[in-house]
Design a protein around this ligand. Structure first.
Ligand code: UDP
Length: 240
């Protein structure tokens, strides 16, 4: 079931339910795409109708972040739980290990996807990674040709928002083997270990944003979108 949170149609699912959706998509015949907006992107989408439409066209929209969950509670349409992109990606790796379908990694700086692939296969020895390419290319055509040749069922698109969402929508009909494309931002960096995730207690206390801010202070301006988003949510609640 979809829930409208500030104009974005989120799937109201637990991690297990999201994984079940993925299994269904992988067993189907269509090319679907999934997005994982956090509060920063949701804030951008408030003022950008094109981005909103791009996100709402996705087959699966998962709430990646405590900000969106908090917003859903303030609006009294609570989402069941946060389904972080990186954790959902981990689930997909386990599913692919059992189905034997291939995975292609697209995005991040040169060398990062290779490192991420190595870490992934250490943990999932039966995973079949059938290709990868960094995210700093000018022309889509040769990348699409490579992906077609590798014939993956799942494509991780890690180009940052909204570049990754634009890429998925633009090419949805052009990758016949692909069942699920998913926009995952900096996920390959966290798999590779080039960007560390916050300690568990911070994730549990919904403080992952604080950890990222301390590690990467240049994100400060971007992170201001979280309080701005929550302020817009509170105003909406008051107006009701
Ligand atoms: N990136 C890319 N191509 C680009 C711009 C960015 O592959 O043209 C990658 C970048 O290296 C990083 C990811 O996209 O791995 C975006 O990470 P960021 O932390 O900005 O995104 P978030 O996870 O916060 O959405």
């Amino acid at each position: 079931m979809k829930l409208d949170i500030m104009g974005l149609q989120f799937d109201n699912v637990t991690m297990e339910e999201a994984a079940a959706c993925a299994r269904e998509i992988l067993a189907g015949l269509r090319t679907c795409y999934a997005v994982t907006p956090n509060a920063e992107i949701a804030y951008e989408a408030l003022h950008d109708a094109q981005l909103r439409a791009l996100l709402n066209s996705a087959d699966l929209m998962l709430p990646d972040g405590a900000g969106v969950i908090l917003a859903s509670r303030i609006l009294r349409t609570p989402l069941k739980q946060k389904v972080a992109g990186v954790e959902f990606a981990e689930q997909l790796l386990s599913i692919l290990e059992t189905t034997g379908q291939g995975l292609y990694l697209l995005g991040s700086k040169p060398g990062v996807a290779e490192l991420a692939a190595q870490k992934m296969t250490e943990r999932h020895p039966d995973l079949r990674i059938c290709g990868m390419h960094d995210g700093y290319f000018q022309d889509d055509a040769p990348i699409l040709a490579q992906i077609r040749q590798a014939a993956p069922a799942v494509l991780f698109v890690c180009l940052g928002a909204p570049k990754q969402e634009q890429f998925m929508q633009r090419h949805q009909g052009e990758l016949p083997s692909v069942r699920l494309m998913i926009g995952l931002g900096g996920t390959l960096d966290s798999f590779a270990g080039t960007v560390r995730r916050a300690p568990r207690w911070m994730i549990r206390c919904n403080l992952e944003w604080l950890y990222r801010l301390i590690r990467e202070p240049r994100r400060f301006r971007r992170m201001l979108r979280l309080p701005k988003y929550l302020w817009a949510v509170i105003r909406k609640r008051i107006r009701r």
